[in-house]
Design a protein. Structure first.
Length: 201
């Protein structure tokens, strides 16, 4: 697209030992970060996931019955509820994640077991080269894929954001950016990478 990207990983993900039941009716996955913790023994189990990128990771890992909600956690809840699959649904999430989704599914009559399969640590200090680039106005914009990443970036107190365009995958992601001054915050029409990238055209 003619842009020169620089990456700034704001989160460090560490897998946890997965304590999953051997025969769940279905898996519910909110992030591709959960995929490495899911054992091959569950590859034939139906999986409901939040979006297409996560669905692709699941298929590449060997899962054969994957269905994407093409959206966010709310879209995922609607998908699981609409399928009305009986039996235990294992919600594989990161530490401190998924409480609301689990509660929403249970309120709709879905049997849910929430299991933490990875932890997330925030970046404590911004690399000096990126901080210097921000101060010098070398960047035109910043893309944010998750609310947690947005909050982690904001906590670093980055300089120069008043001259930056912010691009958020969803309204929830945009909320994590509200405490910083931006030239503008743009929100993708739908929470997909294609719609996020379309704003850069």
């Amino acid at each position: 697209m003619g842009h020169e990207p620089t990456t700034l990983p704001c989160l460090t993900v560490t897998p946890l030992p997965a304590r999953l039941p051997p025969h769940p009716a279905a898996l519910v996955v909110t992030s591709g970060q959960a995929v490495p913790a899911l054992p091959p023994a569950l590859h034939a189990v139906p999986v409901f996931c939040v979006g297409d990128a996560t669905a692709e990771k699941l298929r590449l890992a060997g899962f054969t019955r994957v269905e994407s909600a093409h959206g966010d956690a709310e879209a995922l809840a609607r998908l699981v509820i609409a399928r009305k699959m009986p039996g235990l649904h294992v919600l594989a999430v990161g530490e401190r994640h998924g409480q609301k989704l689990a509660a929403d599914l249970r309120a709709a009559g879905v049997s849910v077991l929430r299991r933490r399969v990875y932890t997330v640590a925030k970046l404590r200090a911004m690399p000096e080269a990126i901080r210097t680039g921000l101060e010098a106005g070398e960047f035109a914009g910043a893309l944010f894929y998750s609310a947690e990443t947005a909050r982690a970036f904001a906590a670093l107190k980055p300089p120069g954001t008043a001259c930056l365009q912010a691009y958020a995958l969803s309204q929830n992601v945009a909320k994590g950016l509200q405490d910083l001054p931006w030239a503008a915050i743009h929100v993708a029409i739908a929470p997909t990478e294609a719609d996020l990238m379309a704003m850069l055209a």
